[in-house]
Ligand binder design. Structure first.
Ligand code: ATP
Ligand code: ZN
Ligand code: MG
Length: 498
């Protein structure tokens, strides 16, 4: 890497009189930094009245922009009192950064705050319009990382994700091969909701979903000692910044706009227009809405982690086992929407666990046992488990590999007979289970008295449980497996519409 920063300081008065002193000072400063970074060099030092200009070059760890700010402070300290002068302005004229990538980019790459050009694997970054604030932040190194990430992603795109089967049930003969959502809609058990990707569940579909919820709680969460909590389902961006969701899936959130005021006078015109036109006047509405600073729950775990932020958990409370069954998840699924299995609004129970690595690995085994009991003995499903790329690696646009699996995510997938042949068709991920190491523990600064902590979570998607079950077992309770019928063997009567 090669950094070349051309900058100048504008002093409060003429510095040409102390040229020699400044030259010596800069030479000494250069020597001092050379001890930390052998490639560091300040050159082209020029003094013109109140202006001192120079280039700072480095190929090593000491970044010129950090040196620039340090140099400014030291000059102010040294010459400020003695010579009654101060640095009024720092001007950055040009900052070019040259570095090599592992592989050459396969398509155009852009980055905010800079122009970038490539010669094969060699990248040249020219920063423009930058000021002191820009340099004080750690933007430059992050820009370089982002470029590396973007180019690395060119090589991932199109490749299939890491996916390694780890367990498979035996084949089960499906009762039917219809799409359960279509059939339920036809029978009036549910109907499309008022907006995209939402459903209105009537009592028959609701009863089935609620049965799934009951089974999850009675057969998995309670026996393992999970305690219910109620979290908020409005998530401020700061939380998603910490979990990585903000950079991972900004196009999948439902954003929330608060009113910018409750003042009746400010809303008067909007009310008038609504009463007169009987339409929503969007332009008028926008005037009274604040820019979003939060979104609807995407998964429950971020807010749950936030609730432990900065806390030290006593050893006796470990492992912490909690679950949220209240917050509704919202995701903008766009073209991927299908039936009740890929919706924009879904009901998910999310258990999360915090404990030592040993406790969590032990817990994972116990959870897997419970899950197997439900899917084998109660649902009698044809399903499988696969080790996959953890979502936080996925969201960085990477596909993961064997190395990312020591912690990692297990996907649970069900055969969906309506999609065709079991070998060729895509199975449905109906839930997952992750152990995420100390990623969120660190992000939220969660501590234990003594132990090092890990955390993890599992997403129990009730619509997905429902559709996986119904896709294999049909809609007639008479044909449902005995284990399930213990929980539900008769559906409520529906409403007759004329
Ligand atoms: P997919 O790859 O199917 O989009 P995902 O990896 O986005 O799933 P996660 O973020 O891991 O899903 O969420 C965990 C669980 O939440 C899933 O296993 C599933 O049960 C449920 N889920 C996720 N997205 C949806 C959706 N759009 N509709 C219904 N359930 C969903
Ligand atoms: Zn989670
Ligand atoms: Mg998804």
């Amino acid at each position: 890497m090669m950094f070349d920063l051309k900058a100048s300081f504008n002093f409060s008065s003429d510095v040409s009189l102390i040229k020699n002193e400044l030259d010596t000072f800069i030479a000494d400063f250069n020597k001092k930094i050379l001890l930390k970074d052998k490639t560091f060099n300040i050159k082209n030092v020029k003094i013109d009245k109140s202006n001192l200009s120079f280039n700072i070059i480095s190929e090593g760890v000491f970044r010129p922009h950090n040196a620039l700010l340090q140099m400014k402070n030291e000059i102010s300290r040294n010459f400020g009192k003695k010579n009654y002068l101060g640095i009024r302005e720092i001007n950055i004229h040009n900052y070019s950064i040259n570095f090599d990538l592992e592989k050459k980019p396969l398509k155009k790459v852009t980055i905010p705050f800079a122009d970038i050009t490539f010669k094969d694997k060699h990248a040249t970054l020219i920063l423009k319009n930058i000021d002191k604030e820009f340099l004080q932040h750690n933007y430059i190194d992050r820009m370089i990382s982002r470029i590396r990430e973007k180019v690395a992603n060119h090589y991932y795109e199109g490749k299939s994700e890491f996916w390694k089967p780890i367990w498979e049930s035996e084949e089960k003969k499906p009762i039917w091969t219809k799409d359960p959502t279509e059939e339920m809609a036809r029978l009036g058990w549910l109907q499309q909701g008022p907006t995209k990707g939402k459903w209105f569940y009537r009592s028959q579909a609701t009863t089935i979903i609620k049965t799934m919820e009951k089974i999850a709680i009675e057969e998995i969460l309670k026996p393992l000692g999970f305690k219910e909590i109620i979290s908020s389902h409005i998530v401020p961006f700061e939380i998603w910044l910490k979990t990585g969701h903000m950079e991972g899936m900004p196009g999948e959130f439902y954003y929330i706009a608060e009113p910018s005021t409750r003042d009746k006078e400010k809303w008067e015109r909007f009310v008038d227009l609504t009463k007169i036109t009987k339409e929503i006047q969007q332009d008028e509405l926008k005037k009274n809405l604040a820019t979003p600073t939060s979104g609807l729950c995407y998964a429950q775990c971020p807010v749950i982690y936030w609730s432990f932020k900065g806390k030290t958990i006593s050893e006796e409370s470990l492992p912490v086992l909690v679950y949220d069954n209240t917050a509704i998840s919202s995701r903008y699924e766009s073209g991927g929407r299908h039936g009740i299995e890929r919706v924009d609004e879904f009901h998910r129970i999310e258990p999360i666990y915090i404990g030592t690595s040993k406790q969590l690995i032990n817990l994972r085994d116990k959870m897997l046992e419970c899950y197997k009991h439900v899917f084998n003995d109660i649902f009698d499903l044809e399903w499988r488990m696969a080790q996959v790329t953890p979502w936080y690696i996925q969201q960085a646009g990477e596909i993961g590999d064997e190395n990312t699996q020591d912690t990692g995510t297990i996907d649970f997938e069900a055969y969906m007979p309506y999609r065709g042949d079991r070998k060729k068709s895509e199975w449905l991920e109906f839930q997952n289970l992750s152990i995420l190491g100390d990623k969120y523990i660190k992000a939220f600064n969660i501590k234990a008295q003594k132990s090092a902590l890990w955390s993890g979570c599992s997403g129990i998607g009730l619509e997905r449980w429902t559709t996986a079950f119904l896709a294999q077992k049909g809609l007639d309770p008479e044909h449902w497996p005995k284990g399930f019928r213990k929980y539900l063997d008769k559906l409520p009567d529906g409403i007759e519409f004329l």
